[in-house]
Design a protein around this ligand. Sequence first.
Ligand SMILES: [Zn+2]
Length: 252
Amino acid sequence: MSNIMKIIFGLILFFCFVTKARALECTSSQYLVQSHFRKAYVRSDGTHVSSSQVKAHCKELTRELIFLKDRFKNGIPQDWPHRKEISKKWTESEKQRIIEAVATFPEDIIRDSIEGLYRLNKSKDYPNPATSSDKVITIYDSAFDPNRNISRILAHEFLHHAYRDLAEKNRQDYRRATGWRLELEKDGKIYWVGRESGYVEEDGKLSHEEDFANNVEHFLYDSDKLRKVTPAAYEWIKKHYGEQFKLKEIKK
Ligand SMILES: [Zn+2]
């Protein structure tokens, strides 16, 4: 190739690149969806979403995008105690699944106290799909397994934060209504002890916070079970959060 041809060829490449880069610039009121391959999946409401090659595009900022756009974090959360858990980079397709899930959440559970969502490979408690610590949520590979419900998994973690954000008098009221009490044990220490029975998930016995996250998760995703197994929790949630407290439908 002659030098002139090389220069012309180089210039064509350069202009293609510039044009493409320009087309992908979004305004501050928009979110850039990177081009990605979307695998087929089933939404929590049972809708099948087919696989597709999604082109890069700008999306107007919605409630969930405003919340999430700066909360997808790469790397390991600060002072993360589980040394063997390794960070992964979020893929655009995973981000889209999270965005779609948060779009369905009622306002009360979208908490500003959640500072970041981290993507790690595998929980030390595999197949645990997600974990919450003080200010962050970690999401593991298993959360995206086809047989798992990412929306429900994420709602559960958000609910840990929602419980901590409740006013102390409301937490007390929840505990009283659902049979949690303080008891002096043989070792001379005082512990929280849960009700005898009536748990939608076994691990609810471990703490009132876990119990709360399980119960509200069921209120949103499997209310029949909650009404049957823990009616006192069902009534408390309905009274505390009001009639509007339910999952929103995805508009598409
Ligand atoms: Zn939990």
